[in-house]
Each structure stands twice: as structure tokens, then as C-alpha cells.
Design a protein around this ligand. Structure first.
Ligand code: SF4
Length: 374
């Protein structure tokens, strides 16, 4: 298959399911190949151990840099739209993990992209970021004192200079090759802004980091490819180096399909009252069989089950406990009713503890992130 026949669209809602094509056509490497080296530094996060973080570009450079006490930053961008749910939590869990390893965390609030590409109102986006997203990020364990959070529309001058300078060394033809023919001005601006988000921590004004790591869902790889090219083109002039990246799988929606902020039936929000969240869980699709007798005979299909995913990605931290759920399901020894009830207990416990912290973080959020004036 020619490369052009498999294009990823970062602005589409289609999940990238065919992950192995990313290895074949775009040079993303399997994450499992860096696990042994990572283990020499720290126990890999459960998302890494379980193959949910499945790919990387240049993660070996990150490990090398940490070993040699070089300064590494990690950056994520957040798009405030809808409520924050378990699908979003995956990235924050990774940030918290890296922050504990001593890596400095940057969070870009993509309010310009939300305004220009998604046509959202400024006020709605800013309120959502400050009242919903940032408090959840902090409640999930990011250290408010060590995390640099900014709005794309409200940063310092050298960041904007970077966006302007990038425009000189990228052509419309290149952008179309990466993003497709349907390229509005707003998308060009958003793409260059994202490149500046990723690379600006390397400027002396923002800390002069030697390397930036970006953990993303597979649909965001086009931005990484553009940013890597721009880093090469500005290596002499600005001393920029290619960012490293990791790629994680998407969570399935509770009713199958993609988990999406625009479809409340597809997700459990981190601020959902626990009893309401449990109701959603009890109504979720499973990988079970039509009847209990069949499930006992044939076993379930945990690899197709959103309930299993919720356990594997978030609720069961012990690998042997998760393996037991998987095996019992496969062997037909665990039925979906019981499995859902046990998952519901874990879910309630998590949400109660999280929501207690969330209340404390709401006030703090507005204090540590300056609100754009308009
Ligand atoms: S037993 Fe649990 S893991 Fe297996 S299919 Fe049913 S809900 Fe999913």
C-alpha cells in the first residue's frame, strides 16, 4: 500500500485502529523494545507494561538523556471540549509518572485551536479549561508548583516568534501532504502553533531543555512529523532538536465505537457522581456471550470488552489481579454480572477519592493559570 493511501487526520473523530500500520508506514517503533532499558531506571507505568502505550519515536534518546542528567521536558496539549473522562486520564497518568522521574511538565491549553479550527467560543473554552480540565489534572496528581500550564493565546513573546519563524520554512504542499488537501488557514495556524508548543521548551527563555517528549494518541502523529521536520530545519538557527514521542491506544466507548467527549453515553466523566457512573457501567457493552450458559461454555472476549479496558487502563493496578480477571473471563469462570459489580466497587472507590481532591483543586486552578483577557 502506498503511504499516501493511509493518512491520519488529527482533526477527525475516527480512531486509529490499525496501529501496526504506524510501524510499517511511518517508522513508529514498538514501545516494548525500550522497556528493558526503562526498567533499569524505573518500573514502567502500567500503561506501558500492558502495551497500551504501544509505540514511540526516539524514546531511547529520552532514556539516554535521563541517564546523563540532561534536561528533559514533557509536553501535552489539552483541547477543552466536553467533560473530562477516563479516556483523557491516560495522558495525565503518564505525565504524573514522568514528573516523579524528575521530568518537567508543560501543559498547553489549545484554546486557539479550539477557537479557530473547532469554532468554539473563547469564553466557553477558557471556562472549561479552568473549571474542569486543570482541576482534574491536578487532582490526578500533577504537582501544581512544578507544572507549567499556559493558554496558547496567553503565553510569552518568544513562543509567538517561533510560530512566525516556522511559517518561513514550511510549504503549503508539504502541509497538504501531511494533513490532506482540505487545509483551511485555521489548520495551518493550528499546526504551526502546535509545533511551537512542542519545541518552545528548548528556547533559553523557557528553560533551554535539551529534549522534549510528547505522549499522544496515534491520531496526533502528523503534528509530530511536521514538528520533527521543523526542528531539523531550525537546528542551526535556533539549536532545536527533534522531539521524542510515545503513542497510546484509545479507549473504546462504553457502547462500543470510540470514547468521545461529544457523546456522553460513550464515557464516564471523572466528575460523574459515583452512583451515576455505576449505572453507566452496568449498561455498558461487554465481551460476554448472549447467555450465561454460552459464556460458561465458550468463555468471554475481554479483548473486545470496554469493562475490561476500564480495569486494565485505570482501575486494577496489580498485574496478577488483572491477569486473573482475563483468564477467568476467557475460561468462562467469570460472568459479566459479577465482573461488572466488582468493577463498580473499584470505580466508586476511585471516583470518591478523586472527587474529594477535585474540589480542593478548583480554586487553585484559577490562581496558577492566568486567564486570557479576551
Ligand atoms: S466477564 Fe468481565 S471482562 Fe469478561 S466480557 Fe464480561 S465484563 Fe468483560
Amino acid at each position: 500500500m502506498p503511504i499516501v493511501a493511509f493518512r491520519i487526520d488529527p482533526w477527525s473523530s475516527e480512531a486509529v485502529k490499525e496501529y501496526e500500520k504506524l510501524f510499517k508506514y511511518f517508522g513508529i517503533r514498538p514501545f516494548k523494545e525500550v522497556l528493558p532499558e526503562l526498567r533499569k531506571l524505573a518500573e514502567p507505568h502500567l500503561l506501558m507494561r500492558r502495551g497500551i502505550v504501544f509505540g514511540h519515536r526516539d524514546f531511547d534518546r529520552v532514556l539516554e538523556a535521563i541517564k546523563n542528567n540532561k534536561r528533559v521536558a514533557i509536553l501535552t496539549g489539552l483541547m477543552p471540549s466536553g467533560r473530562m473522562h477516563f479516556g483523557h486520564k491516560m495522558v495525565i497518568d503518564q505525565l504524573v509518572y514522568y514528573q516523579k522521574l524528575g521530568i518537567d511538565v508543560f501543559v498547553a491549553i489549545a484554546d486557539i485551536e479550539a477557537y479557530a479550527v473547532r469554532k468554539k467560543s473563547r469564553k466557553e473554552v477558557i471556562d472549561l479549561a479552568l473549571n474542569e480540565y486543570i482541576p482534574n489534572y491536578l487532582a490526578l496528581g500533577l504537582d501544581p508548583e512544578k507544572t507549567k500550564i499556559y493558554f496558547q493565546s496567553n503565553h510569552r513573546t518568544p513562543y509567538y516568534r517561533l510560530i512566525q519563524m516556522f511559517s518561513r520554512k514550511v510549504t503549503i504542499a508539504e502541509l497538504k501532504a501531511i494533513y490532506g488537501e482540505d487545509l483551511e488557514t485555521a489548520k495551518i495556524l493550528a499546526a504551526l502553533t502546535q509545533a511551537a508548543d512542542i519545541l518552545h521548551p528548548q528556547l533559553p527563555e523557557f528553560g533551554g531543555y535539551e529534549l522534549v517528549l510528547v505522549p499522544v494518541g496515534a491520531d496526533q502523529d502528523p503534528h509530530l512529523r511536521l514538528t520533527r521536520d521543523l526542528a531539523d530545519r531550525f537546528s542551526n538557527e535556533l539549536g532545536l532538536t527533534r522531539p521524542a514521542s510515545t503513542y497510546h491506544r484509545f479507549m473504546s466507548g462504553l457502547q462500543g465505537g470510540k470514547m468521545s467527549s461529544s457523546n456522553p453515553e460513550s464515557y464516564i466523566a471523572l466528575s460523574d457522581p459515583p452512583e451515576f457512573a455505576v449505572k453507566k457501567l452496568m449498561n455498558a457493552l461487554t465481551g460476554g456471550r448472549p447467555t450465561a450458559a454460552e459464556q460458561r461454555r465458550l468463555g468471554g472476549e475481554p479483548e473486545k470488552c470496554p469493562v475490561y479496558e476500564l480495569n486494565a487502563y485505570h482501575l486494577v493496578h496489580d498485574d496478577s489481579e488483572l491477569r486473573e480477571i482475563y483468564e477467568k473471563c476467557k475460561e468462562g469462570k467469570l460472568l459479566c454480572g459479577k465482573c461488572k459489580k466488582e468493577t463498580a466497587e473499584r470505580l466508586k472507590e476511585f471516583l470518591k477519592a478523586h472527587q474529594e481532591k477535585l474540589e480542593q483543586m478548583k480554586e487553585l486552578s484559577s490562581k496558577i493559570v492566568p486567564r486570557p483577557r479576551f
